[in-house]
Write a protein that binds this ligand. Structure first.
Ligand SMILES: NC(=O)c1ccc[n+]([C@@H]2O[C@H](COP(=O)([O-])OP(=O)(O)OC[C@H]3O[C@@H](n4cnc5c(N)ncnc54)[C@H](O)[C@@H]3O)[C@@H](O)[C@H]2O)c1
Length: 338
């Protein structure tokens, strides 16, 4: 129980919230992050929230020697693996860089774990590993089949982990398939700080609300959904963070191998989200309808029974809380951590 948790990518959006949740659960943490998409300012913010900054190693997960040395020095007993590249669109233009960082990085991490005898791992997977069947909700048993290099990089790692667990029962691995993590810590001290144009809906809406962008483009208003706009399963990032703490408890109790959805089980349309954000922020959010984007599905939400039964986890926070916490973060940190 007392062994340290190595959190790769722990200064990123979901990683930082998970570091807070781990500290609140009494876990010791060491973070390895190369700051490719984050800021070291996050360390002080976490310390402000929990009373103590996690140990931090500035380095790259593709460096097996560095990872193994970190694991030995900090007496690591388990790993939560967030580090990776995450922009679906970018991955189409730079597939090798995505396979290098996401697949190569995971292989280096597994080599370091094997060398140091650490066998417990939580992997950040994604709803993008599911094939586009149109049938909702998506249960973990649904057909797999990613449609971008990013999604395939996640799927390859999932397959690799299943093979590893099949080869040796000492491994205990959970692939957590996140749907759409949004929101921020209610303190407004940590949140999502995208570089450049946000890829996801909520950070984009937040930047329109705070006056950094003129209007939101709603890609497609003629889908077969309640109001014609795309429907997704948004889940509060703190619920996702707490899911990792529960998953760690579960793996240390039960071992084995599992892929588990983390979502609310409820679909929310773009317009529904926009109206809720207007309410939370008290601002009007200008938008225009634009053509559908290639590759987008009409709707996507999770079946969440497995997380409930295996982990005893379910998302607790409402859409209103997601919007209120995102807005507070955006309003108080208009430039993110910069
Ligand atoms: N945010 C989402 O909507 C979402 C959805 C599904 C899955 N995921 C996955 O969850 C994980 C975390 O997502 P996030 O939103 O927190 O992303 P993020 O970019 O905010 O965090 C990733 C962190 O990893 C670090 N990093 C990247 N490559 C590294 C490397 N080679 N060595 C060391 N550190 C490295 C970055 O600097 C960053 O701090 C990612 O693997 C992502 O693919 C995210």
């Amino acid at each position: 129980m007392s062994a340290t948790v190595l959190v790769t990518g722990g200064l990123g959006y979901i990683g930082a919230h998970t570091c807070v949740a781990l500290a609140e659960a009494g876990r010791d943490v060491v973070v390895v992050d190369n700051l490719a998409n984050s800021s070291s300012a996050v360390l002080d913010r976490i310390a402000g929230l929990t009373g103590r900054a996690p140990a931090f190693v500035h380095g790259d997960i593709r460096d097996v020697g560095l990872l193994a040395a970190t694991m030995r020095e900090h007496e690591v007993g388990s790993v939560i693996h967030f580090a990776g590249s995450k922009a679906v669109g970018e991955s189409v233009g730079r597939p090798l860089s995505y396979y290098d960082n996401n697949v190569g990085g995971s292989m280096a991490l597994l080599a370091a774990m094997a060398a140091t005898g650490v066998r417990t791992l939580i992997f950040s997977s994604s709803a993008t590993v599911y094939a586009q069947s149109g049938r909702m909700p998506l249960a973990e048993s649904a057909a797999l089949g990613a449609s971008s290099p990013y999604g395939r990089s996640k799927l390859f790692v999932e397959h690799m982990l299943a093979d590893l667990c099949g080869s040796d029962p000492a491994w205990a691995v959970a692939c957590l398939r996140y749907f759409n993590p949004v929101g921020a810590h209610p303190s407004a001290r940590i949140g999502e700080s995208p570089r450049g144009v946000p890829n996801n809906l909520m950070p984009y809406i937040a930047q329109v609300a705070v006056g950094q962008r003129e209007r939101l483009s709603v890609f497609g208003a003629d889908y077969d959904t309640l109001d014609g706009t795309g429907v997704r399963d948004y889940v509060h990032v703190l619920d996702v963070a707490e899911g990792h703490v529960k998953a760690l408890d579960y793996l240390q109790r039960a071992g084995g191998h599992a892929a588990i959805n983390l979502g609310t089980g409820r679909g929310v349309s773009v317009l529904e989200m926009l109206r809720e954000y207007e309410r939370a922020s008290g601002r009007t959010i200008a938008f225009q309808v634009a053509p559908r984007r290639a590759g987008d599905v009409a709707q996507c939400w999770a079946e969440v029974a497995l997380a409930r039964s295996l982990l005893g986890w379910q998302a607790r926070r409402s859409l209103a809380q997601m919007c209120e916490d995102s807005w507070r973060w955006q309003r108080d940190n208009p430039q993110g951590y910069r």
